[in-house]
Design a binder for this molecule. Structure first.
Ligand SMILES: *Cc1c(COP(=O)(O)O)cnc(C)c1O
Length: 380
């Protein structure tokens, strides 16, 4: 039986665990590094937890089903997933990226540039511009949609056509919408990355990452790198992720509902000069996002009238937490210029508008009136 997403979040892989001797409803934590062999050449299917572990395998099964992937590996962080993904490419390979990416990814790309990979950055919502950057060495597109933090939307189906014309891979960092709102493999992506730390976990208490693949061939290559490198998620953190994902649907619905209200409220504020939220009709990517995703998410960036206003908001918020992350039940405000995007070259930051007057909100599941009241007092 093929269930809807909300049901998959809760019930995927369960029958396997009902076969255990006690009928546990929650997934057991197999806190063990290795597994015994009853005889030479005989294995339960699990030998050593770097390669695979039953708790982690259950989590991987859930995310795989949510993404509609061939396979998913659960990593010790989102950055570990990015690193495994980049290990696929050989010296000289060229990758075209969204110009507006998570700062940590840009930092990793800079490190890989020293090892001979090449990266070009562009507004991938403009496909003509993107096509002009393709060279004989180009191997892949690396996309965030919505992008981070200026919320540019890339048309994934159109990008697939371009990728097919040149035989390129599409890699999507799907952290901002999560598989609840967007499933890039369905739209033509070859690999999907996540910082599981964010929406999938949802409770700001685990660092985790995921890398999902569409084809058997890629899945095998990624599994091989994964078990060799060993940046795997621990059994306990895997358990917490399984627990978090059970409420993904209701969290994301509530977060989005709150975010839309807050985006509209920000839009009406004198001190706010621009709001970046793909759920607002005036957002340039509104239509494309509406077509390819099931929601707009709960990340809002906005620009205020001065650096002083931005700093005052960060200092005065009481309920909203000034911290560098996103996706959890707590509402957070981030100063991208010095936090998430501190490693992006200043010139690029200025071009994208990630400046002193620019803030980013990750909206949580609190009562929205309380959140707006907190912003109101902080703006005053
Ligand atoms: C946080 C984040 C990452 C990195 O993930 P970690 O779990 O912090 O290692 C990658 N991409 C995006 C979009 C992120 O927000």
């Amino acid at each position: 039986m093929d269930y809807q997403l909300e049901t998959k979040c809760i019930h995927t892989g369960k029958p396997k665990f009902e076969q255990d001797s006690f009928g546990a409803v929650a997934t057991p934590i197999y806190q063990t590094a290795m597994f015994s062999h009853p005889e030479i050449g005989v294995s339960s299917g699990y030998d050593y937890s770097r390669e695979s572990n039953p708790t982690r395998a259950h989590l991987e099964e859930i995310v795989k089903k949510l993404e509609g992937a061939e396979d998913t590996v659960a990593c010790s962080s989102g950055m570990a997933a990015v690193s495994i993904c980049l290990s696929l490419f050989e010296t000289g390979a060229h990758i075209i990226c969204s110009e507006d990416l998570y700062g940590g990814s840009v930092r990793m790309f800079q490190a890989y540039e020293e090892k001979g990979l090449q990266f070009s950055y562009t507004d991938t919502s403009d496909l003509d511009k993107t096509e002009r950057l393709i060279t004989p060495n180009t191997k892949a597109f690396y996309i965030e949609t919505p992008s981070n933090p200026t919320m540019q939307i890339t048309d994934l189906k159109a990008l697939r056509k371009l990728a097919d014309k040149y035989g390129l891979l599409i890699i999507v960092d799907n952290t901002f919408l999560s598989p609840y709102f967007q499933t890039p493999i369905e739209l033509g992506a070859d690999m999907v990355l996540h910082s599981g730390t964010k929406f999938l976990c949802g409770h700001n208490d685990v660092i985790a990452g995921f890398l999902s693949t569409r084809s058997k061939e890629l899945a095998e290559k990624i599994r091989y790198i994964y078990k060799t490198v060993g940046s795997c998620l621990s059994p306990f953190d895997s358990y917490l992720m399984i627990r978090g994902i059970k409420t993904l649907a209701i969290r994301q619905e509530k977060q989005q509902e709150n975010a839309l209200r807050i985006a509209q409220w920000l839009n009406s504020q004198e001190k706010v000069t621009q709001v970046y939220y793909p759920g607002l009709k005036e957002h340039p990517g509104y239509e494309i996002n509406r077509k390819q995703a099931r929601g707009f998410g709960s990340m809002i960036s906005f620009r205020v009238d001065s650096e002083e206003t931005a700093r005052r908001i960060l200092q005065k918020v009481q309920l909203i937490i000034y911290a560098e992350s996103l996706g959890g039940v707590e509402t957070l405000v981030t100063y991208p210029m010095i936090q998430t995007h501190g490693d992006v070259p200043e010139e690029t930051r200025r071009k994208l508008g990630i400046t002193e007057d620019f803030l980013r909100l990750s909206v949580g599941i609190e009562n929205v009136e309380d959140l707006i009241a907190d912003l109101e007092q902080a703006f005053r």
